[in-house]
Design a protein around this ligand. Structure first.
Ligand code: AGP
Length: 613
């Protein structure tokens, strides 16, 4: 069985224009969500479907000259198992060729549904779970498309973001959401549907987010929403606060997205800070927390939950909160949290951190906490995303759209958001106004200091070329530097496919030192802080074992006789240093991947949002 469509992209159009071009353009904007195959269906005088393994441009090349229709749906796919071939690509069609569907999510009972359909004489042509939707809708005897779709959904267990067109109902699309995002975009005499704002933002920023369990009928002039029991709902479209130009890359359009996103950081950090600093009282103002000072004071513990790199930044954030607010704080992988029957405490503040706001493990952790009566804040980039809507309050990152699978600018803004939260929490407790002001000055210095780091790109390219030669390496750091090392190793692994293991520098001698040799380099994070001497001593131990060294450090740190490639980062306040120490590691990972000839933006086996457990 090929469990298709876990983290894919959906786009749909209905209106006065020819749909095909709009659909493929939308798909190209969603390609970061899935890039092993793509397809479109348009409904004109008949239903036509074209689908292709490979990239969206392969699909565009395969479109016939006559591919007319003013309503259509498209899909870009990322399969976790099974072959990515033309047949398994979406849209899938019913046996009579009158229904086409695109789907994100998983049909849990696909095996039994396929069996039932086969027994009923239906020939299933693909290996996918999605195909059952097309047949179930096609076989439904209900007399309108809405009821047919509901009929099908009532037999399906699983998750879906679904869009359906039917040759018998050419004036509409029906879409549905359950666990996989779906938005309806309102244009001028035309309508769009999509799994992601990026696909429609050039055409409209007036969108409705469907809720789980909701469906919508979309015609050229509007939409109506309803539940699976066919009762209507009142979901309306709103103007979303995004800048469409942030989705365009202008003169950098030919560069990998990861690179443009790294370069954007001075301005994206500035956006994260805008309007949130109170210089007079040395504090931050985070309007969306929905917590008054008394409630902030009553917090006894902070628990941060996220996945992958978001989890590592969560770990940095927990450190900051402990340091500045003196509240016990820790971070945990959201993917593990839910499964250990966690104790939810009423005076703990839970914080879910996620760029996409869609990561299913993080969302499920939020739901588990809320079910048990806990209070959850979101630190999220995508406005209106599932996590943003599920939490009690939060901080938007304002990083702008992040397209590259390897996250950079969103992580930086997560750290900025945690700094603001720690500052505000600290200032209702024992953090002095002087310390508050010191940190504000530090935060304000970040954009310029990031610019400075970006200027050292050619040196970092050389460092990356050296590291790319190694099959395996360590990234090490201590206390504040350890999550930096974890994130550095993660970035390198994701896109260069080199093995990189993060370790606490202090733990090396308890085991992994045995692996150090001429062919296993170490990237060491050595900030100028109370641990510098100990860090440098550990580096001597590595050097004595002939391990090549890259040291990411501050200009005033004396490395003595150490034989090392040095990367200097401008010094900020100790609490804020981790963010700056992370930036060169992004460029190192980027250049290592490039040197090895990899497609930086579309790393193998990965997708931008992981919407499956
Ligand atoms: C980052 O480079 C990774 N692609 C990945 O670890 C990511 O941070 C993780 O999947 C969480 O995503 P989120 O922030 O959208 O929740």
């Amino acid at each position: 069985m090929d469990w298709t469509g876990h983290m894919c992209g959906i786009v749909g159009y209905i209106g006065p224009q020819q749909a095909a071009g709009l659909l493929t353009e939308g798909l190209a904007r969603l390609e970061h969500r899935g890039y092993d195959s793509a397809g479109v269906a348009v409904l004109g005088s008949r239903l036509q479907v074209v689908k292709k393994a490979g990239r969206v441009r392969d699909l565009v090349d395969a479109l016939p000259k006559r591919f007319a229709g003013k309503v259509g749906i498209g899909h870009t796919r990322w399969a976790t198992h099974g072959p990515a071939n033309d047949t398994n690509a979406h849209p899938h069609v019913s046996a009579d060729g009158r229904v086409a569907v695109v789907h994100n999510g998983i049909v849990d009972n696909a095996a039994s549904l396929r069996e039932r359909l086969t027994e009923a004489g239906v020939e299933l042509v693909s290996d996918t779970d999605t195909e059952v939707f097309a047949h179930l809708i096609g076989l439904s005897t209900a007399d309108n498309l809405e009821a047919k779709v509901v009929d099908a959904l009532s037999q399906v267990e699983g998750t879906w973001g679904l869009a359906v067109v039917h040759a018998d109902f050419p004036d509409r699309m029906v879409v549905a959401r359950n666990g996989s995002p779906l938005i309806v975009g309102v244009g001028d005499g035309e309508m769009y549907v999509a799994s992601d704002l990026a696909a429609v933002v050039r055409h409209t920023t007036t969108v409705a987010h469907l809720d789980d369990g909701e469906l919508a009928t979309v015609t050229a002039t509007g939409f109506t929403t309803f539940r699976q029991d066919l009762t209507t709902t009142t979901t309306t479209a709103r103007e979303v606060d995004v800048d469409p130009s942030a989705y365009e890359y202008g003169e950098l359009a030919d560069e990998p997205r990861m690179f443009t996103e790294i370069l954007e950081q001075p301005s994206s950090v500035e956006r994260a800070l805008r309007g949130r600093l109170d210089e007079r009282f040395g504090t931050a103002h985070l309007g969306g927390l929905n917590l008054d000072p008394r409630e902030l004071r009553a917090i006894r513990r902070v628990k941060i939950l996220g996945c992958g790199s978001a989890y590592y930044v969560g770990q940095m954030g927990a450190g900051l909160i402990e340091e500045l607010a003196r509240v016990p704080a820790d971070a945990e992988a959201a993917s593990e949290f839910r499964y250990r029957n966690p104790i939810i405490e009423p005076d703990t503040l839970y914080v879910a951190v996620s760029q996409s706001g869609e990561t299913i493990d993080t969302l499920l952790a939020v739901q588990e906490i809320k079910r048990k009566g806990g209070r959850v804040l979101g630190v999220v980039n995508v406005v209106g995303s599932a996590i943003a809507r599920a939490v009690d309050g939060g901080i938007y990152l304002h990083a702008g759209p992040e397209i590259a699978v390897a996250s950079t600018k969103a992580l930086t803004n997560m750290y900025v958001a945690f700094s603001l939260l720690a500052l505000q929490l600290g200032r209702v407790r024992d953090l002095s106004i002087a310390d508050g002001k010191r940190l504000i000055a530090g935060l304000q210095a970040l954009p310029t200091q990031i610019e400075e780091i970006l200027k050292s790109e050619s040196h970092l390219e050389e460092v990356a070329a050296r590291l790319a030669e190694a099959e395996s390496m360590f990234f090490v750091g201590r206390v504040r530097g350890y999550p930096v090392a974890r994130e550095g190793a993660q970035k390198l692994k994701e896109i260069s496919y080199r093995h990189a293991e993060a370790y606490q520098t202090s733990e090396l001698k308890h085991g992994p030192l045995a692996l150090i040799s001429e062919s296993v380099p170490t990237v060491a994070i050595v900030p100028q802080d109370e641990l510098t001497d100990r860090n440098v001593a550990a580096l001597h131990e590595i050097s004595a074992r002939r391990g090549p060294l890259v040291v990411v450090t501050h200009p005033d740190v004396d490395l003595g006789e150490l034989d090392a490639l040095r990367v200097d980062v401008p010094k900020n306040e100790v609490e804020l240093d981790p963010i700056l120490l992370t930036i060169p590691l992004q460029l190192i990972a980027f250049h290592a991947a490039k040197a090895l000839g990899h497609d930086v933006d579309k790393p193998r086996n990965l997708a931008k949002s992981v919407t499956v457990e």
